[in-house]
Design a protein around this ligand. Sequence first.
Ligand code: ATP
Ligand code: MG
Length: 396
Amino acid sequence: MNEIFLLKLGEIVLKGQNKKQFEGKLRQNVRRRMKPFGDFDVYILQSTVYVEPRSEDCDLEGAWEACHYIFGAVSLCRCRPCEKSLDAIYQAVEAYLGEDLECAASFKVESKRSDKSFPLTSIGISQEIGGRLAESHPHLKVDVHHPAYTVYVEVRDLAAYVHGPAEPGAGGLPTGVGGRAAVLLSGGIDSPVAAYMIAKRGVEIECVHFFSYPYTSEQAKEKVLELARLVTRYCGQMTVNIVGFTEIQEAIRDNCPEEYFTLIMRRFMMRIARRIAGNHGCGCLVTGENLGQVASQTMEAMAVTGAVVDIPVFTPLIGMDKEEIVTIARRIGTLETSILPYEDCCTVFTPKHPKTKPNLSEVERAEACLDVEALMERAMANTEKVMVRYDEADGV
Ligand code: ATP
Ligand code: MG
């Protein structure tokens, strides 16, 4: 084969006894993600995933693009494999990277020899290949400190590989090694980023969205499904549970003191999400909450909303600035959809003066008039499940 991808493992290399399991999961994920692009051989050796096309008609560009969205790999290289000899390595560099070198003003060669039986050291390989390249490209200056272009040579067990600069991988841990989480997904900027961040830790996700028709529109629902679909580009398919929330919001509006509307509503969200989590093997809830961002995101408010569940509520964005969250949203491609101007059920019936420092017993008193169990039962029964996934082959 003329070209192969090497995906370098991230934190997995630090794992002890679990390493095999993590590698197995990653290999399985990469295989699945490469499927739409043709027949690829995927194997792991020396802390690296090898992705090798088995036939000429593989879609290498599509496969390469998809590799950028696989958690567990920190850096990605497109390489030319060759025989483990200086002549073969030199010829591979000329054939594979010659054009890049023609465009550069200076260069260096960086080598890594993990096959210790190879006669030259890493430095020896770099000097030898660098010397030959300098001769054949007279315009090129060797600059070991600030080269315009770096040629990489890796002498590994199976073969030698030459490549140009690596690209960053998605990082994190392979999807599926960290259990499952139920993410409360709204149509805002924050919760899709929270979903992405928890997924990055190897966690599979199930989403829960609260939908208050007719206060929130069909378009708002479509927007949430689109956000979920964008996140699946990283974490694979997921189910979005769309919970009919209108009756609960109306019951709160009609029966509870206004200053507690948001808190009581959020306690219902947590309870329902907890129940859905239990039905789908999820060990935690995840929200896009961020300390101090709004009245319901103070420590006291979060204590009151968290008090109704008995599993951890993770808030990956808790200490981030909005700017940092927006930067991630832009990078993962959710920002544009998040800023579409459709309302969320959180903005329906919002109190003029919400309680920012509530205590639990006063909130419990304020919601005591509601038949919590019956309202929850009906909302659970009024839940639509939608499976979403990114279509890798079509890039949509
Ligand atoms: P976001 O940008 O994620 O909407 P936010 O800053 O607007 O967050 P809130 O609207 O107070 O904050 O919501 C806090 C968190 O509660 C959200 O990040 C999300 O996890 C959850 N949440 C809010 N509204 C909904 C909803 N309609 N369905 C599901 N979860 C929701
Ligand atoms: Mg919101």
